[in-house]
Design a protein around this ligand. Structure first.
Ligand code: ATP
Length: 254
């Protein structure tokens, strides 16, 4: 599905990513873990076109996408959530989710102004799909609320609804349960299990190890921008390099 080959990203000479290579197979959950500052968000940004690698290539479904702008990469069917929420605060929850369908709503300004009957029909269908996505995340009763007034946990779920509504080929989730309480984490975890069962291809960046170990088919570990391990959750859990990387972080913060 997605291949990274020698991807590097330097900031002012310092490597946030250092020749990272791994593949994301279709229909699986690949978790990307690592201590704070390991380069996980930078890697997601380099895949989605928010940032550009200094070196290396990103190939999606056989097509090089390195350096393409974010909107073109999104149109190819790669969707993401953001670690720091990126909802439009003043528009409704439903409209926020509709933004996840822009790749299918393509229409010229003139056609939109004419509001041809078939466009109205299409708009109704898109709204229906957005409502279904909200329903999956138990948010349909808040569809007309402005996004700004939602509780944090609800905002996280709106991001997930927006990222999944277009049935992307690849879904990148940047810390989907960060900041959620136990009950909310369990609810989102359950949703992610359902997405996995439905055959979605997911790259999951997450610090919640319980969630990662239960959900992931494979785990990729980054440390200081380098890929130090790839394997099943059990293999990674007992890998001395991984234990050392996390121990190093604990010592640094002690
Ligand atoms: N725009 C930037 N300019 C300079 N340095 C940056 C920039 N973005 C990231 N970095 C640095 O790159 C390194 C990797 O950061 P990144 O946010 O990708 O790590 P992370 O693994 O996602 O961390 P966390 O788990 O804390 O979110 C860090 O040292 C960070 O300070």
């Amino acid at each position: 599905m997605l291949h990274l080959d020698g991807v590097s990203r330097h900031f002012g000479g310092l490597p946030a990513l250092d020749r990272v290579s791994f593949a994301i197979p279709p229909g699986q959950v690949t978790a990307l873990i690592g201590p704070n500052g390991a380069g996980k968000s930078t890697l997601i940004n380099c895949i989605t076109g928010v940032d550009t690698p200094t070196a290396g290539t990103v190939v999606f479904q056989g097509r090089p996408i390195t350096g393409l702008p974010a909107h073109r990469i999104s149109r190819l069917g790669i969707a993401r959530t953001f670690q720091n929420l990126r909802l439009f605060p003043r528009i409704s929850v439903l409209e926020n989710v509709l933004c996840g369908l822009t790749r299918e709503g393509g229409q010229s300004m003139l056609m939109a102004m004419l509001r041809l009957p078939y466009l109205r029909h299409r708009e109704r269908l898109l709204k229906l799909r957005a409502m279904e996505a909200l329903d999956r995340f138990h948010l349909s009763d808040k569809a007309s609320w402005p996004a700004a007034i939602l509780a944090y946990g609800d905002k996280k779920r709106v991001e997930l609804a927006r990222a999944t509504v277009g049935n992307p080929h690849l879904l990148l989730l940047d810390e989907p349960v960060a900041g959620l309480n136990g009950e909310e984490t369990a609810a989102v975890g359950e949703q992610l299990h359902r997405l996995r069962a439905a055959g979605h291809t997911i790259l999951l960046v997450e610090h919640d190890m319980d969630l990662v170990m239960r959900l992931a088919d494979r785990v990729v570990v980054l440390d200081s921008g380098r890929c130090i391990a790839v394997g099943t959750p059990d293999e990674v859990r007992s890998n001395p390099l991984v234990l050392e990387a996390y121990l190093g972080q604990m010592e640094a913060t002690a």
